[in-house]
Design a protein around this ligand. Structure first.
Ligand SMILES: Cc1ncc(COP(=O)(O)O)c(C=O)c1O
Length: 375
């Protein structure tokens, strides 16, 4: 296994924590806002649950997933047999190649800059792994599984409908499974991201397609461990069969909480508005401190660079009490970027903004050229 990415930040964390006004931790995308009362009540009301939960999810949960996909994302043609609740999507991603029986002869393709768990899952199953953002990079190879992640963690890049259609067509010709991690689908800012299951992408034929949705970010439910997969009914059936044997069941109270969360769009909109406000505050401030921000048109992160090693940027920000993630943990192409999460309280975001703005008035360090958004 690779080193756990956040363990490499220990030194920078010590520096950031020493700031007189305290650390602003923007290194991990962990939600900090309150869980909506209607979700907490649903969890509590379902807490008398002595029996085992169903792996497939309650009928009500499966209905809620289908309805939410249609209402929120315009996805049609999904049946209740084509959805499956999971114990947070990190769990599914880490075990997916194993659950599908992939092994040494199989190839799993992950984005060049990617959420590390795609590769972890491939390694757990002992498959080959390739990093590619375009089909031409793959040449004649026929992978078993290709991951898409739009909007992307870490870059916030959104794949357009033409790109998605091309990947789906290419995969269908070769019998490749496309797994689209849509964790940030509800968080489009400058553009509207599309699900791989949207009719404009796949024409309501979900063969060979799996969309993975998390409730962690859009409903601030990371602590509940709640997500689901939807798509090709035969792939869902295969996953269900194995997961029943493996005991991969979402607890009954969490299933009830998911029903409440999926049935209510108001709390999601409220959460989205909070992130939009934080992004609007942080984006100009990070630019004023000499960073250029790339992509970041959607999702929960700003993908920023000062044109130097990401570890130098991490250290520079840590001296100002701001902890961010080094881009290199997402892939070699991230070596000169940092990932800045929007997941901190309004008060902590305001503290980061003030420090970044103040840094714009600092004297340049001796012998070092000053970075600017133009550089
Ligand atoms: C791209 C992506 N996929 C999946 C996950 C996992 O989310 P969870 O396990 O909370 O559902 C994350 C979490 O940060 C993520 O960034």
């Amino acid at each position: 296994m690779p080193i756990f990415p956040w363990d490499t930040l220990a030194d920078a964390r010590v520096v950031a924590e020493a700031h007189p006004d305290g650390i602003v931790d923007l290194s991990i995308g962990t939600p900090v806002d309150p869980v909506a009362p209607l979700i907490r009540e649903a969890l509590a009301d379902a807490s008398a649950a002595p029996g085992y939960p169903t792996t497939a999810g309650t009928a009500e949960l499966r209905r809620s997933i289908v309805a939410a996909l249609g209402r929120r994302h315009g996805v049609t043609g999904v049946t209740e047999a084509a959805v499956l609740p999971v114990i947070g999507t990190k769990e599914l991603i880490a075990w997916l190649p194993t659950l599908l029986g992939l092994g040494a002869k199989d190839l799993v393709v992950v984005p060049e800059l990617a959420y590390p768990t795609y590769e972890v899952g491939a390694r757990l199953a002992g498959t080959q792994v390739a990093r590619a953002d375009s089909l031409t990079q793959l040449g004649p190879q026929s992978p078993a599984l290709v991951y898409l992640n739009s909007p992307s963690n870490p870059t916030g890049r959104v794949l357009g409908v033409d790109h998605l259609r091309k990947v789906v067509g290419w995969a269908r010709e070769r019998g490749v499974l496309v797994v689209s991690d849509e964790c940030y689908l509800g968080l489009g800012w400058d553009v509207q991201p599309l699900s791989v299951l949207h009719p404009a992408v796949c024409g309501e034929d979900h063969t060979g397609l799996l969309a993975v949705h998390s409730l962690s970010k859009t409903s601030s439910l990371a602590g509940y461990r709640a997500g689901f997969a939807a798509g090709d009914p035969s792939v869902i059936a295969e996953l269900l069969a194995v997961r029943r044997h493996a005991g991969m069941m979402v607890p009954t109270p969490v299933q009830a909480a998911m029903v409440a969360a999926l049935g209510d769009d108001a709390h999601q909109q409220e959460q989205r508005d909070r992130y939009a406000r934080r992004r609007n505050a942080l984006l100009p401030a990070i630019r004023s401190a000499g960073f250029a921000v790339d992509h970041s048109e959607a999702g929960l992160y700003l993908w920023a660079t000062r044109g130097e090693s990401c570890r130098d940027s991490v250290a520079w920000l840590a001296e100002r009490g701001i902890l961010v993630a080094p881009g290199e943990v997402y892939g070699a192409g991230g070596a000169r970027h940092v990932r800045i999460a929007l997941t901190a309280t309004d008060e902590r975001i305001a503290a980061a903004v003030a420090r970044l703005r103040a840094s714009g008035h600092e004297q340049p360090e001796a012998g070092l050229p000053r970075c600017s958004t133009q550089s």
